[in-house]
Design a protein around this ligand. Structure first.
Ligand code: HEM
Ligand SMILES: [Ca+2]
Length: 733
């Protein structure tokens, strides 16, 4: 059902929210007529056949406005005035009110205000998005719901995506625009483009108010209360996957998604954390902490900072009438974390010599590192060095810096080698060709090695996520597929990784509390640190996906100088889900064709007991909570609901990317020759690690680099025959 474009998914989910014996016969008849079961893959799976015509809700809730166009326009004018006043409050607390905040000036235009170097989204875009949701909210209020926002078109404001001049460019754009060149599709998946929704949001007011109330009318439990009651820090190592799998996951997450906060300067809680700031930014949605909290109470903390995600302006004539959060990076898996998500950012990262990226290169040590980031506050005040990459989050964790360094080294290694082969190539050609190969390798590893371990073989088969056999082109591209990430995927499903983070990193010379490595990659200047770290990451098991979370994340994330506590990431994930008004867990179970939990005991007796003490109804359970509690699917690390959401999203990455590395000349203007493709298809994570080791003679790898050592996966020398090497001679002109 997730992949049928024309289905009103919500009506089916609503119908399935009652047990079959409670559904009236007409509803059951309707259900079986639109929801015909189909058998897939030799009868192994049952799914639904996508109806060939749009399916409309049976409940007939649609109402159309009886007001004349003139009356609607008047309401809109009034609503805009109110929204502008409200907007001043948002902006006043950043001290950043634009001079001409008139309605004429509110259409989307980029780049007029200086933005942070890491930031590809202009503040203007964020303001415009906010102004629109505030206008809708005001419209709803003053018209008492008579002007139906969803149906209210304002053509003069509605801009389609820009036409694509160089639709057949050999290289993808940094921001992801013009991947799809069909009219209306040119912005799909680009930085600043809104996230999609698998199901309509459950906003309190239908527009942008967060989801905070239960089905029963009571308030939902606080996100911190849920985290502290349900998520303990117990050691539960995974039996087959290592910490490198966790780490690659975070790297990938940063490639396809970045929720942008409405504003990054305002504080939502007082300095000592004892309460909310009075007259805080209207974007604040701080997490309340109870006085009896098992950790924060000792510090008198009653409030955890939380800023809502920015919403996108309606730019594509797709008047949905509710807030849609935007992503600050390109949604495609396209190396944006390496190269940046705008041409300006990419320009700043380039050496402009030999096609290379800027780097710190100690020839004597063979220890090439990303360039230093000297921005104030880029790292922990105690850190002596901090790195600049294509993504502002790269210093978060020491092992994340390692993966960034790996891809930087690979780019520069390829550029140097290509220059030897083709001395006549310009800096630009060397850069773009090396970038094209790096992105291809990244996609090959993400789909070939990483994804199957996460979702398991069943979901790979069900969503047909197999890569083509060596030496053959794929034909994945479908210009109707929108590759953009969904809110459900970025705020819930792919955050499964937070449960896999270990409490301590077992480094070669001893273990360290994971949180002590946050925002402090200073040790990379030690000669062998990079090599040793890769060795360590492959040997340490990651943690299983379950209700165990390291306190590095649930207590000590972002510890400020002089404080003994940080914030709680698990609570932030739940709160982020409510900020996006992602629907509750049970709705996504039903969307996946599985029964929802009718009783808390369906989650297991022990957890069910805890859940009952927190939520008033099983239909209230947050998607993140329910998804994390599911047992893993066979051969994968996540439960079936997250597996479904992740497989669906990766299938959109696959089918919605014209430049997907294995696509042939029919669709892909940046395609490889068959021989070149064959080379890329031999690449593995292990081969990449070996090719970029500081000292390849000392370095050992596991051929299956994301798995723990076992009989079939023994440590080998980087020079061993199991470790393929990319033969670049196929790139000689
Ligand atoms: C120690 C390791 C990690 C730390 C400290 C960390 C920290 C964070 C933080 C602070 C956020 C922003 C939360 C918010 O304000 O909503 C975030 C978002 C996220 N994280 Fe992690 N994370 C880690 C590992 C991972 C891993 C292993 C994965 C996946 C396998 C992952 C996936 C994500 C995703 C998908 C998001 C949402 C990105 C966005 O759209 O903004 N993280 N993480
Ligand atoms: Ca990207």
């Amino acid at each position: 059902m997730l992949q049928c474009p024309e289905v009103d998914r919500m009506s089916i989910v609503r119908s399935l929210s009652r047990p079959p014996h409670l559904r009236p016969p007409n509803e059951r008849r309707w259900e079986s007529s639109v929801w015909r079961r189909c058998t897939l893959l030799n009868g192994e799976f049952t799914g639904i056949c996508c109806p060939s015509h749009p399916v409309i809700d049976v409940s007939g809730e649609e109402s159309s406005s009886k007001l004349s166009l003139h009356e609607q326009e008047k309401f809109l004018e009034q609503a805009e005035k109110i929204a502008l006043q409200e907007m001043q409050k948002f902006l006043a607390d950043v001290g950043n009110v634009p001079e001409d905040m008139s309605t004429q000036n509110t259409h989307f235009h980029a780049g007029h205000h200086p933005s942070l170097p890491d930031d590809v989204l202009s503040p203007e875009l964020v303001r415009q998005g906010l102004l629109e949701v505030l206008t809708w909210q005001a419209l709803e209020m003053i018209s008492n719901g008579t002007v139906v926002v969803q149906r209210f078109q304002r053509p003069k404001r509605c801009l389609v995506g820009p036409p694509c001049e160089k639709s057949h460019s050999r290289y993808r754009r940094f921001d992801g625009r013009c991947n799809n060149v069909e009219p209306g599709g040119s912005l799909w998946g680009s930085a600043g483009y809104p996230m999609e929704r698998l199901l309509p949001p459950a906003y309190g007011d239908g527009i942008w108010a967060p989801r905070i109330v239960s089905y029963t009318g009571r308030y939902l439990p606080s996100a911190r209360k849920l985290s502290s009651t349900l998520f303990a820090d117990l050691h539960h190592p995974h039996t087959t996957c290592n910490v490198l799998l966790m780490q690659f996951g975070q790297f990938l997450a940063h490639d396809f998604s970045r929720n942008k906060a409405i504003n990054t300067k305002s504080k939502c809680c007082t300095e000592d954390g004892s309460g909310r700031v009075k007259d805080a930014s209207p974007g604040c949605m701080p997490i309340p902490v109870s006085s009896g909290d098992d950790f924060y109470s000792q510090y008198g903390v009653r409030c955890i900072h939380f800023m809502r995600s920015a919403v996108a302006p309606m730019r594509d004539c797709d008047s949905v009438g509710h807030g849609r959060q935007l992503s600050g990076v390109s949604h495609f898996i396209d190396g944006s974390a390496i190269y940046g998500a705008s041409s300006k950012q990419a320009h700043e990262l380039r050496a402009h010599e030999g096609g290379r990226l800027k780097s710190l290169f100690h020839r004597r040590f063979h220890n090439e590192l990303p360039p230093l980031d000297r921005t104030k506050d880029a790292c922990d005040p105690g850190a002596e060095m901090c790195f600049l990459t294509g993504d502002a989050r790269s210093n978060q964790l020491i092992s994340l810096v390692a993966v960034h360094t790996l891809f930087l080294r690979e780019h520069n290694r390829l550029a140097r080698r290509l220059q030897q082969l083709n001395p006549h190539w310009s800096d630009k050609t060397l850069y773009q060709e090396a970038r094209r190969i790096v992105i291809a390798q990244l996609q090959h590893i993400a789909f070939g090695e990483y994804l199957p371990k996460v979702v398991g073989p069943r979901y790979i088969a069900l969503y047909r996520l197999h890569l083509p056999t060596a030496g053959t082109y794929s034909d994945f591209y479908n210009h109707h597929t929108n590759p953009s990430v969904s809110s459900e995927f970025t705020v819930a499903a792919f955050r499964f990784g937070h449960s896999t983070v270990p409490s301590k990193l077992e480094l070669h010379d001893g273990s360290v509390d994971t949180w002590r490595t946050f925002l402090n990659p200073t040790r990379f200047r030690e000669r062998h640190f990079y090599d040793d770290l890769f060795g360590a990451l492959q040997h340490q098991p990651m943690q299983s996906v379950d209700e165990m979370f390291s306190t590095s994340l649930t207590r000590f994330l972002n510890v400020k100088p002089g404080k003994q506590y940080g914030v709680d990431l698990a609570a932030i994930n739940i709160q982020r889900g409510r900020d996006h008004a992602v629907r509750p867990y049970n709705d996504y179970r039903r969307l996946g064709g599985k029964p929802g939990a009718y009783s808390f005991d369906d989650f297991g007796i022990e957890v069910g007991h805890k859940l009952r003490s927190l939520y008033s109804h099983p239909d209230d359970v947050d998607l993140y909570v329910g998804g994390i509690l599911e047992p893993p699917v066979e051969g994968g690390v996540v439960g079936e609901t997250f597996a479904e959401l992740i497989a669906d999203q990766f299938s959109k990455f696959l089918h919605g990317d014209r430049y997907f590395y294995s696509n042939g000349p029919d669709t892909n203007p940046g395609h490889f020759t068959v021989q070149q493709l064959k080379e890329i298809q031999r690449v593995t994570m292990a081969s990449l690690i070996c090719a970029n080791a500081g000292d390849p003679h000392r370095m050992h790898v596991l051929p299956d680099a994301f798995a723990l050592p076992h009989d079939g996966n023994r440590l080998v020398d980087c020079t061993a025959h199991e470790i393929p090497r990319l033969d670049l001679s196929w790139w000689r002109d």
